[in-house]
Design a protein around this ligand. Structure first.
Ligand code: FEO
Length: 169
């Protein structure tokens, strides 16, 4: 049985992952409105991944007998200064999520809740990937944002991304 404290932290994390999904959907809408449908596709898939993260936590909490309490999801920003601003905000948000997951892990370690420690390992690895790819995209958008031909190709590149609902482990 999971402790109330760790259960509460996971419930909060479910809401944070759902907020991230809304935030990315808002970013997707921003690019759609500017006819950059490939970048919009990237953020749409990013949004779906966040919902999948929330579902993973939901299922875990259920498995360990915790009380699932669905929290409030604040309205995300919908105005951005420019394309670089969107990608920088996406990276900044991933860093916040990483810190939040590390905080649950720290508390689970202190409690000797090794089931949660083990469960969260997937998220630790995922955050390394998420931050690396968000950081790379910040560099790329800075290279192309002032060059319409390059931006077109970048948009085409991100149009190739497909959603994988069952990532390994
Ligand atoms: Fe669920 Fe992008 O972290």
């Amino acid at each position: 049985m999971i402790s109330t404290k760790i259960g509460d932290l996971i419930n909060e994390q479910i809401a944070k992952e759902q907020y991230a999904a809304h935030y990315y959907l808002s970013m997707s809408a921003w690019f759609s409105a500017r006819d950059l449908d490939g970048i919009a596709n990237y953020f749409r898939i990013q949004s779906k991944e966040e919902l999948m993260h929330a579902d993973k936590m939901f299922d875990y909490l259920n498995d360990v007998g915790g009380d699932i309490i669905i929290g409030e999801i604040p309205k995300p920003p919908h105005e951005f200064a420019n394309a670089i601003d969107v990608f920088e905000k996406a990276l900044a948000h991933e860093k916040i999520v990483t810190k939040s997951i590390f905080n649950i892990l720290k508390n689970a370690n202190e409690e000797g809740d090794f089931a949660t420690v083990s469960f969260l390992q997937w998220f630790v690895n995922e955050q390394v990937e998420e931050e690396a790819s968000a950081s790379q995209l910040v560099s790329k958008i800075k290279m192309v944002s002032d060059n319409p031909s390059a931006l077109y190709l970048f948009d085409q590149e991100l149009a190739q991304r497909v959603f994988n609902p069952n990532p390994a482990n």
